[in-house]
Design a protein around this ligand. Structure first.
Ligand SMILES: NC(=O)c1ccc[n+]([C@@H]2O[C@H](COP(=O)([O-])OP(=O)(O)OC[C@H]3O[C@@H](n4cnc5c(N)ncnc54)[C@H](OP(=O)(O)O)[C@@H]3O)[C@@H](O)[C@H]2O)c1
Length: 173
């Protein structure tokens, strides 16, 4: 069965971006090469993200970073279009059930927090891969927003990568 993996970077206090969406704090952290990103991507057959994350991806990247695989963007707006992604308001579990059988590899749930909260509510995240940056932001967009379903994890791996801790977990259901 296709695995859905949440692969994401966060601060020590569990933020994924500043309140104004800035990732300056993340780019300032010294990593080790690509921190395993290329190897991770080799197994990814599709990506899913929230509309706010998609907007930020477009702002941040000169070349669209996830070409040649299916990209799905969750939105409640109608009529949105992009050359890079399919916009959908399908419930996340329905989307996962629909695309899962045809995806060649893992599904990368990119984020952000709103979509993660929904995915955990539906218990549809199988693995968590966190790149933890050594910074406390004090405020910002949370990895797990207030009200997220209580969820238990099992640590499956942990390694330093430059100044990051790369921690992998299975989600216990
Ligand atoms: N540190 C990292 O590695 C990392 C990774 C990912 C994202 N981020 C950051 O996280 C921030 C965005 O996170 P966020 O929590 O504010 O927003 P988000 O989860 O990326 O997007 C929220 C939007 O997704 C749509 N949405 C959410 N749930 C939905 C559902 N069940 N059905 C249909 N549409 C749904 C809605 O779009 P509409 O408003 O269009 O209806 C909603 O406004 C950005 O700054 C991004 O850069 C950081």
């Amino acid at each position: 069965m296709t695995q859905t993996v949440l692969y994401i970077a966060c601060s020590l206090d569990g933020k994924i971006a500043r309140s104004n969406n800035s990732l300056d704090w993340l780019f300032a952290v010294e990593g080790d090469g690509d921190n395993g990103y290329a190897a991770f991507m080799q197994d990814v057959g599709a990506v899913i993200m929230g509309r706010k994350t998609f907007d930020e991806v477009l702002v941040l990247s000169e070349d669209y970073p996830y070409p040649n695989i299916d990209n799905y963007v969750l939105t409640r707006q109608t009529g949105k279009q992009s050359e890079h992604a399919t916009f959908t308001n399908e419930p996340l579990d329905v989307l996962l059930d629909r695309i899962g059988p045809t995806v060649d590899g893992k599904i990368w749930l990119i984020g952000g927090g709103e979509v993660i909260q929904e995915a955990l509510r539906l218990q549809r995240i199988d693995q968590l891969e966190l790149a933890i940056a050594p910074v406390v932001l004090g405020s910002g967009i949370p990895l797990f927003p207030e009200g997220t379903l209580e969820t238990r994890f099992r640590l499956t791996g942990c390694r330093p990568s430059g100044q990051f801790i790369m921690a992998t977990y299975d989600v216990l259901k």
